[in-house]
Design a protein around this ligand. Sequence first.
Ligand code: PMP
Length: 360
Amino acid sequence: MSRVFNFSAGPAVLPEEVLKEAAAEMLDYNGTGMSVMEMSHRSKAYQEIIQTAEKDLRDLMNIPDNYKVLFLQGGASQQFAMIPMNLMKNKVADYIITGQWAKKAFKEAQMYGKARAVASSEDKTFSYIPDCSDLDIDDDADYVYICENNTIYGTKFKTLPNTKGKTLVADVSSCFLSEPVDVSKYGVIYGGVQKNVGPAGVVIVIIREDLITEDTLDGTPTMLKYKIHADNDSLYNTPPAYGIYICGKVFKWLKKMGGLGAMKEHNEKKAAILYDYLDQSKLFKGTVVKEDRSLMNVPFVTGDEELDAKFVKEAKAAGFENLKGHRSVGGMRASIYNAMPIEGVEKLVDFMKKFEAENV
Ligand code: PMP
């Protein structure tokens, strides 16, 4: 068996020990004589899996009791619609546009009410986070929306926007569980799990209870109502059962690693190896302003498209996979989520140094 260093932005690298455990349990989960994939979601064994997963996530993130944890489907993109359908009581919401994913959420919300773009960093290809300390927040805004870590552009909000008392909604898909968060500052935190947490097909929504109401926009489908899922403990219909089981294993792994504080330290150390090299390289350079750099997604360029392509090709041949930047920006991007070992980043930097020596 040989595993590569996988720098994919998502689906992405998962902890090897989680994959091994899942493999060992594939044919017979815990004496049930069946795989979790084959199991009724109403069975006792599965109830225990989903309940333990929720409890471990609550422990890791220190989620207050007045928040519900929902395990849903439809990816992060489905939340682009569910959020306005469930939260837009006044039909007004303010969006901060820091990349493609925030923009898609904004466009979706425009279908349901008055969605306003109150800040944007599009003028400089989303290479920074705009100043959000004194925004023109609408008095009637039902919520203020951010994409907290911008997967494509490699920026991260280091301080949350001043929402002037309005509910904060955050897409944390690409920084989920990468560092501690104060859940009480948000009304909704949600993320697709396929980057830091588990296999694609699961989206986790952490939502303050008072935001879960019957009062949704007219025509909201049953499956898109938070209340239905909350009232049924994420088992209104068949959930993405196997994916939730893997998420549960990742939560256990995170606890074993020391929790989110330890993960943050680990991620800072790992990202610094790459950023420190980029800051002094004569060939490669990072594309994001220093103070807004993501710990998870690190875009960089040589400034020459042909050389970028040569780098990606040679890196792949050397066992470093998925370093090509997003199709909308080009260049390279190394996604270094929780499960990427430090060794992966050290080896990548060694390879970049070698490439630099050969190509400058
Ligand atoms: N938000 C962010 C920050 C993302 O990175 C992505 C996917 N890369 C999405 C939303 C969309 O996720 P999905 O494909 O699960 O709908």
